[in-house]
Write a protein that binds this ligand. Structure first.
Ligand code: PNS
Length: 159
């Protein structure tokens, strides 16, 4: 059976760290679905529709990457999609505790779903959506850390 992996997250906005993980996942699994969480951010900069549009545009030429949204428990969505794997990126030790808790909670909720951690290329190991938004809003450059389309959208939003 072909393996479908789900890569869930807020993606507010998509960074090149995310792009790196999705690209690696697309090589490892038959299909990978980027799943934008609908209620993960209290005050998001980008709407869910915008985040989906950006990810779809960035991966439009990669046939085994799709972009979707989900609400409620991640494991329920993964089950509904008949997927076998949750992919998460691990940048540094500081990510580990939160990711460890989530992976084990998700395993308790559904023991058939496996979480697979992937490391991004080292040049992206320190970036996060939160830092990108903070640096950009204070006038710092984020070129090379996010897709060009995201940089452009940030310019339109943060004026
Ligand atoms: O990019 P993020 O914000 O680190 O992604 C976190 C996300 C959306 C994957 C996580 O909060 C999640 O899975 N939310 C859905 C609700 C859920 O299943 N919560 C229990 C997780 S153990």
């Amino acid at each position: 059976m072909p393996t479908l992996a789900i890569y869930p997250g807020s993606f507010d906005p998509l960074t090149n760290g995310h792009v790196d993980i999705i690209t690696r996942g697309a090589r490892l699994f038959d299909r990978i679905a980027v799943a934008v969480a609908m209620n993960s951010e209290k005050a998001p900069l980008f709407s869910v529709a915008e985040r989906v549009e950006i990810a779809r545009e960035v991966f439009k030429a990669t046939s085994n990457v799709e972009v979707d949204t989900f609400d409620g428990l991640l494991v329920d969505y993964v089950h509904r999609r008949h997927a076998q794997v949750i992919v998460r990126g691990l940048r540094a030790i500081s990510d580990f505790e939160y990711e460890f808790q989530m992976a084990l909670m998700n395993r308790r909720l559904n023991g058939r779903i496996e979480t697979v951690f992937m490391m991004p290329a080292e040049q992206y190991s320190y970036i996060s959506s939160r830092l990108i938004k903070e640096v950009f809003s204070l006038g710092g450059g984020v070129h090379g850390l996010v897709p060009d389309m995201v940089e452009e959208r940030l310019r339109q939003k943060v004026k």
